[in-house]
Design a protein around this ligand. Structure first.
Ligand SMILES: [Zn+2]
Length: 438
């Protein structure tokens, strides 16, 4: 129990509770992650907090980053549909309002869409009344034929500076679904990387105890990994912007790419290099997937070094990155295609032999006539208004599993095989670098 700042050990998600009341659909929020503000100086707190359980309604206390005052959080000792901050009645924060998680928005999607979403939710609720906000969002995305990027940030109440990722993306879905007059202000993405730290750190798993050091022999630096690939959880982070150190000309320093994920680590590394090498260094911003791609593809690199996650720099060698070579390559192609840097045809040419994962199965030669096959598709609308369907494909088994609400069998297939079989496919439909081949 208690209250914690969001960090790598506290991955929980906001959920909604689905209820049927007579024939009405009811949603309640069960918030696990939320922002806070100080009732003493009115300063919005820059970090998110994790609800780790309460006892008799007492959740825990945070400290104001500005005035040092206590921010005491109380809930209703049940599901967390609201909290009180410092126990002032005017400070009851209702999450249905703050997070725009309200049936009234679903109703604004139109009767037919609303009924389909309601049916899907009530069916889900027969197994589990608690569903993640991400799951609710994908149901709406599927029904409305829309996609979201996860890159937008909103403010729904000016007392708070930030909202959790899943909530920003939920609001983006409502917006993309065409709901007018949402009570939001859209914020610009901050370029201050220290603000991204919490988000980035949130998904890197348990990186605490790693003892080995860089074994350096003057110019012949030999790197040894002090973390496994699995612990880094790169799949969920590929399109996140990170910064790497550069010396004006390139990003190779001592045969490694040096990546920083906090402002402190960046400042410290810049100073360290300046002192050691007697010249100025800068930094450039790029998606994590591209930084990894550089290490894998270029012969001048032996390792990726990550600073700012743990007191000690984390090292992963080129050799240890090799298992995700194909994944990283696919990401870079999709990222370039999503930004129109390469054509869709070119992207297909580059990806056609790669393996992707579908939710379901294809017919096989040995299958008898009564054999069953089927897979998840997404309804799409072309620019001319024509409706069509695309097969959902994923880059990894883990990614497919994440969106496998129907618990289908997951099948690996070649991109050109599934494209040839069905005609239209969409790869990683829930990520902002999705690509479609039709
Ligand atoms: Zn304060």
């Amino acid at each position: 129990m208690g209250l914690m700042e969001l960090n790598e050990d506290s991955i929980r998600t906001n959920r909604v509770v689905i209820r049927r009341q007579w024939d009405e659909l009811r949603l309640a929020v069960d918030a696990a992650i939320f922002p806070l503000y100080c009732t003493r100086c009115n300063h919005p707190q820059p970090n998110l907090y994790v609800h780790c359980g309460s006892r008799y309604g007492q959740v825990g206390t945070a400290k104001c980053c500005k005035c040092g005052g206590e921010i005491h959080v109380i809930d209703n000792d049940n599901i967390v549909n609201s909290i009180f901050i410092n126990n002032y009645p005017s400070n009851e924060i209702f999450f249905s309002k703050l997070y725009l998680l309200d049936v009234k928005y679903l109703k604004q999607l139109g009767k037919e869409h609303f009924n389909n979403i309601k049916a899907a939710l009530l069916e889900l609720a027969e197994q589990d009344r608690f569903i993640a906000v991400d799951r609710l969002r994908t149901i709406v995305e599927n029904e409305m034929n829309i996609l979201t990027t996860g890159m937008k940030k909103y403010v729904t109440d000016e007392r708070f500076l930030i909202l959790p990722e899943d909530i920003n993306r939920w609001i983006e879905a409502l917006e993309n679904a065409g709901i007018k007059h949402l009570p939001v202000k859209e914020c610009k993405e901050s370029s201050d990387i220290s603000k991204k730290r919490g988000v980035l750190m949130g998904l890197f798993d348990k990186l605490k105890k790693h003892g080995q050091k860089i074994t350096s022999e003057n110019k012949n630096i030999k790197y040894t990994s002090n973390i496994n690939l699995g612990q880094l959880g790169f799949m969920e982070q590929l399109d996140r912007d990170i910064v790497v150190i550069s010396d004006d000309e390139n990003i190779e320093i001592d045969r490694a790419v040096h990546m920083c994920i906090s402002q402190e680590a960046l400042n410290q590394t810049l100073q360290e290099f300046k002192r050691a090498k007697q010249k100025e260094y800068q930094f450039i911003q790029l998606p994590l997937g591209m930084a990894v791609d550089n290490v894998i593809q270029k012969t001048s690199f032996d390792a990726l070094i990550i600073r700012g996650l743990t007191p000690q720099a984390l090292i992963i060698t080129k050799e240890d990155l090799m298992p995700i070579k194909d994944l990283i390559d696919s990401f870079c192609i999709m990222y370039a295609a999503a930004r129109n840097r390469i054509s869709n045809e070119k992207a297909f040419e580059l990806m056609k032999d790669k393996v992707v994962y579908i939710l379901g199965t294809l017919p096989t030669i040995s299958m008898k006539s009564e054999g069953k096959f089927g897979f998840d598709i997404i309804k799409r609308k072309a620019e001319d208004g024509e409706e069509y369907e695309s097969v959902k494909c994923f880059l990894t088994m883990e990614s497919a599993n994440k969106y496998n609400g129907g618990k289908s069998e997951i099948t690996p297939v070649a991109v050109n095989q599934i494209k040839h079989f069905f005609g239209s496919i969409i790869i990683e439909p829930h990520r902002n670098y999705w690509v479609e081949f039709r």
